[in-house]
Design a protein around this ligand. Structure first.
Ligand code: MRU
Length: 366
């Protein structure tokens, strides 16, 4: 997508052909900084420290991390070490394990002298596949927005989203934002309610930044505002992303998603989840019970960073010294609260049969 008129993806191979460039998302919206990853360890740290984040981008970064590792040591032991280093970088987004499994499946059977080249080729494929998938999500999600738009001709379609499931969270286009970008490009009047998404503010810092650069009308709201807006008919539909969808259709996403789904259910607001198929985990049968929920540093809750009027970045504490804090990064929305799953193969019912029918090859591999 465009940043100040220039096309960017969230991750790419640098001109040297082997190192990897990525936008340092920790610095947005204040600074646009590009990081260069030159080792498997760099990729693991980038994922762990959230220089890159968002389920599909975590997977893409891990794939390039494997390629970087194969330059360092392409032996069987090197392959195993790289896999083991990367797979623990973050626990919840299943795209990480999916990408690493894809890489290992490609690399394990071939001669170590050919592994580095093959690793870059497969990582490039994973990256291109993500962009293609998101185009499919855009087309399928667009129909939902069009349907709502056709019921209120000339009026704005109001979409609520949580966290950042935009192009920064993927390679390009995004998942939840893909239908919104396409609708905007097609001239449909859309407006996005952007949940700020404490504690790391991915909505306020990243989604708002993206939408702003793309000219999509939006309003940043405190996380607790959605219910009020829904009660007053100010939200036509919610579209969120996800870090893992269980085989039964339960949806794991950024903390607070569940509360939005409850409010949507209570107010008859359609609640859709946009996802690429690598986000489905057919090995998990009950999302609430079995998806591991990342717990992050309490500093994300106690402290907030922002830019001062004179342009300095400043971190301030907003919680009394000594008060304990909890920082669960994700929650699980039960399938019964989800109106539909927007995938590259259509909008599916959130249940085992529909997921299995749409992605039989994934079932076979699980
Ligand atoms: O902790 P993050 O910023 O990696 O969490 C991101 C999300 O929860 C996104 O909504 C999800 O990964 C979907 S991204 C297309």
């Amino acid at each position: 997508m465009k940043v100040d008129g220039k096309h960017f993806r969230s991750i790419w191979r640098e001109r040297d052909g082997w190192s990897v460039g990525a936008i340092d998302q920790r610095r947005l919206p204040h600074e646009f900084v590009i990081a260069r990853l030159t080792s498997c360890e760099d990729a693991a740290v980038a994922i762990r420290d959230m220089l890159v984040r968002g389920a599909p981008l975590i997977g893409a970064t891990a794939a390039y991390g494997m390629a970087l590792a194969m330059r360092e040591d392409a032996s069987d032991a090197g392959l195993t070490r790289a896999y083991d280093t990367l797979v623990v970088a973050r626990p919840t987004a299943i795209n990480l394990k999916w990408a690493l499994d894809e890489m290992r499946r490609t690399l394990a059977p071939i001669d170590p002298v050919e592994r580095a080249e093959a690793a870059y080729a497969r990582a490039d494929e994973i990256v291109e596949q993500d962009v293609e998938i998101n185009r499919g999500i855009a087309a399928n999600g667009l129909k939902l927005i069009e349907a709502i738009g056709s019921k209120k001709p000339g009026e704005v379609v109001n979409v609520l989203t949580h966290c950042n499931a935009g192009w920064l969270a993927t390679v390009d286009w995004g998942t939840a934002t893909a239908p919104i970008y396409l609708a905007h490009e097609r001239g449909i009047k859309v407006h996005v309610w952007v949940d700020e998404t404490r504690p790391r503010n991915q909505g306020a810092s990243l989604t708002a930044w993206e939408l702003g650069h793309h000219g999509v009308p939006h309003t940043v709201i405190p996380d607790n505002t959605g219910g009020h807006l829904m009660q007053h008919g100010m939200v036509d539909l919610a579209i969120v992303g996800t870090d893992r969808v269980a085989a039964n259709g339960d949806v794991c996403n950024k903390i607070g998603t569940y509360l939005k789904a409850l409010a949507a259910h209570d107010n008859n607001v359609p609640f859709y989840v946009a996802l690429p198929s690598p986000t489905i985990d057919f090995a998990v049968h009950d999302g609430i019970r079995d998806i591991p929920i990342e717990q992050r540093s309490g500093v994300e809750v106690t402290d907030m960073t922002g830019r001062t009027a004179d342009g300095r970045l400043e971190t301030v504490r907003v919680v009394p010294e000594g008060s304990p804090v909890a920082n669960y990064a994700f929650d699980v929305t039960p399938a019964r609260l989800v109106s539909g799953l927007i995938t590259e193969r259509g909008v599916l019912k959130p249940d085992r049969a529909s997921l299995a029918a749409a992605f039989p090859e994934r079932i076979a591999a699980a």
